[in-house]
Design a protein around this ligand. Structure first.
Ligand code: ACO
Ligand code: ZN
Length: 223
């Protein structure tokens, strides 16, 4: 690997340096055959995974000028559940997570944001919960020295607060971020999770947020 990196010098090649693929979002070195091969593999898997062909019976719960949100429930047809699995696998791969096993698989609700290009570019997994622990602001004092080793160890309050809906996963395709897709997914969950009411931000909780997730959640809950 190291020798490869050293071999990449700008000799005026067309494909010098790092490239970001505009379709799958992978960053790779086009002049490195190994990298290029890995990209080709990922590229196909990714595009296959997010491809949305349209379903006969789809539950559209929100529509926008640039896409729609489709809700998938545990008893839905196999093709819908398979799509949810594929998308979640891609999200997990990016997050470096092991597969999450939902506590109550028959109560999970998955919301997919489908772009007008017929691709699943966002995914949110929600499940009913009874309580949550408030995330305290930035760790301070001696604890903060640990933050490098354990970036996910945010400090939580130890006082449980009642909550209704847990967001165990939220993911937006890298090249479609900062277009309010996550915001619209959470808005839709608040509207659809419990029939007939709009959940307050106090009634939803993000589980084990990543740094991105925390930035988003902090912003979302304050506005
Ligand atoms: N840095 C700083 N602020 C951010 C970020 C960020 N990375 N992401 C969102 N925000 C804030 C911004 O204020 C933004 O508004 P603005 O663009 O007008 O400034 C606001 O949140 C709303 O952002 P959205 O556009 O709705 O968020 P987006 O669609 O980009 O999705 C998400 C955010 C889901 C966190 C995305 O970055 C992502 O998929 N990241 C990788 C996966 C991940 O870490 N997911 C969270 C895991 S935690 C969990 O699942 C419970
Ligand atoms: Zn690609």
């Amino acid at each position: 690997k190291e020798t490869n990196a050293q071999l990449i010098i700008d000799a005026g090649q067309k494909h010098f340096g790092a490239t970001i693929c505009k379709s799958c979002g992978m960053i790779y070195t086009a002049s490195n055959p190994e990298d290029e091969m890995q990209h080709v593999q990922y590229h196909h898997r990714f595009l296959e995974g997010i491809k949305y062909t349209g379903w006969k019976k789809e539950r559209v719960v929100a529509e926008f000028w640039d896409g729609k949100i489709v809700l998938v429930l545990p008893r839905d047809p196999a093709y819908a559940l398979r799509k949810v699995e594929d998308v979640q696998e891609l999200a997990d791969h990016e997050l470096g997570f092991q597969q999450v096993v939902p506590k109550c698989p028959n109560k999970t609700k998955t919301f997919l944001f489908v772009s007008d290009e017929k691709k699943v570019v966002g995914c949110l997994v929600a499940e009913p919960i009874k309580q949550a622990f408030r995330l305290l602001s930035e760790p301070s004092g001696p604890e903060s020295s640990n933050s490098k080793e354990c970036p996910r160890a945010w400090q939580c309050s130890n006082v449980p607060e009642p909550a209704v809906c847990g967001i165990s996963r939220i993911w937006v395709f890298r090249l479609q971020r900062r277009k309010r897709i996550a915001r619209r997914l959470v808005d839709t969950v608040r509207n659809c999770f419990m029939f007939g009411c709009f959940l307050s931000t106090n009634e939803i909780a993000f589980s084990d947020p990543t740094p991105d997730g925390k930035l988003f959640a902090t912003k979302y809950c304050n506005t």
